[in-house]
Design a protein around this ligand. Structure first.
Ligand SMILES: Nc1nc2c(ncn2[C@@H]2O[C@H](COP(=O)(O)OP(=O)(O)OP(=O)(O)O)[C@@H](O)[C@H]2O)c(=O)[nH]1
Ligand SMILES: [Mg+2]
Length: 301
């Protein structure tokens, strides 16, 4: 009989409805900003791995788009698909909800999880928002009835409450295995991808409620030369009016987005960065399956 390795390694999906804090939790777990986050729902559009390696455990966290009931739009269908296929393919699932209560989108996620084989840990996030901690008790009792969870852990991704408890629980659930990735690797994604995401985050955070969904960022140029990294990106919108908003008065908005993106990329990459942005219109791209694929929204991207 071959002996099992002493190390553990496996895939852990973070799933839940939009805006519950999945990406914030992933960043907290790996101890570094990798995934973009915002106050607006449907911020995450791609499956992204965040890898954390300790002496004897390698956690491969998979951030997913928020699952939601609305399925009318091609982008919504793509987001739901990306999250749903992930849960069939991992060793452990962390189901993230908010301490504020249970919603119909949470119910949809629960139904999907019942079809998966992997054990599920329930993370009840944003407990820092509760003024009265006792209010949590009836919710926890209700949650216990919904499904057989491996554990239910109240926590806060932004304040770092109970993150160590979650991590310890997950370590015991991962299979004995050699590590899949190099010990210093933090993601499966390229820096080019991370740059596009960072620019999209700056846009989402600055713009009004409606615009984020009509936006995507495509990197056209990514070139390291003489100690300067040049990044050229196209911001795709759906209508000329949206283009005017993104550019802003006298180009002020676009300039500000470029400045914020450059500053964050320079810190992350420890190199001088030059960011060039264009805004272009492609009508209806987010509801067109073909356009979605050509802009990087496909199952295997
Ligand atoms: N108060 C509080 N806010 C939090 C906590 N965790 C996340 N948030 C906030 O919740 C909002 C959504 O966080 P995200 O991490 O983008 O949520 P998400 O689940 O990844 O959302 P989608 O990608 O849209 O599905 C952001 O404004 C976060 O700062 C927490 O523990 N406490
Ligand atoms: Mg997210």
């Amino acid at each position: 009989m071959t002996e099992l390795p002493a190390t553990r390694c496996g895939y852990i999906a973070l799933v839940g409805r939009p805006n519950v804090g999945k990406s914030t939790l992933l960043n907290r777990l790996i101890g570094q900003k990798l995934c973009i986050t915002s106050r607006k729902p449907q911020t995450t559009r791609h499956r992204i791995m965040g890898i954390k390696t300790t002496n004897d455990v390698q956690y491969v966290f998979v951030d997913t788009p928020g699952m939601h009931v609305d399925n009318k739009h091609a982008m919504n269908r793509y987001l739901n698909r990306a999250a749903t296929t992930t849960i069939l393919d991992v060793d452990v699932i962390v189901f993230v909800i908010e301490a504020g209560g249970w919603t119909k989108d949470d119910e949809l996620v629960l139904e999907k999880l019942k079809q998966a084989d992997a054990p599920v840990v329930l993370a009840v996030n944003k407990v820092d928002r509760l003024t009265n901690k006792e209010a949590l008790l009836p919710l926890l009792a209700d949650l216990n009835e919904k499904m057989s969870f491996k554990d239910i852990i109240p926590l806060s991704a932004t304040k770092g409450i109970n993150i160590d408890v979650l991590e310890q629980q997950l370590a015991t659930m991962l299979p004995h295995s050699e590590f899949f990735f190099a010990e210093d690797q933090i993601t499966d994604r390229s820096m080019r991808f991370v740059a596009a995401e960072l620019i999209r985050e700056k846009l989402i955070r600055r713009l009004g409620k409606e615009l984020p969904y009509a936006l995507t960022v495509e990197i056209e140029e990514y070139k390291q030369d003489d100690g300067v990294l040049t990044i050229g990106a196209v911001i795709w919108v759906e209508r000329p009016g949206q283009k005017a908003i993104v550019i802003g008065k006298g180009g002020a908005m676009l300039k500000e987005i470029g400045r914020q993106s450059r500053e964050e990329l320079e810190k992350m990459l420890e190199t001088k960065v030059f960011v060039r942005l264009w805004v272009k219109v492609r009508e209806g791209w987010s509801d067109d399956e073909r356009a979605l694929r050509s802009l990087g929204y496909s199952e295997d991207s």
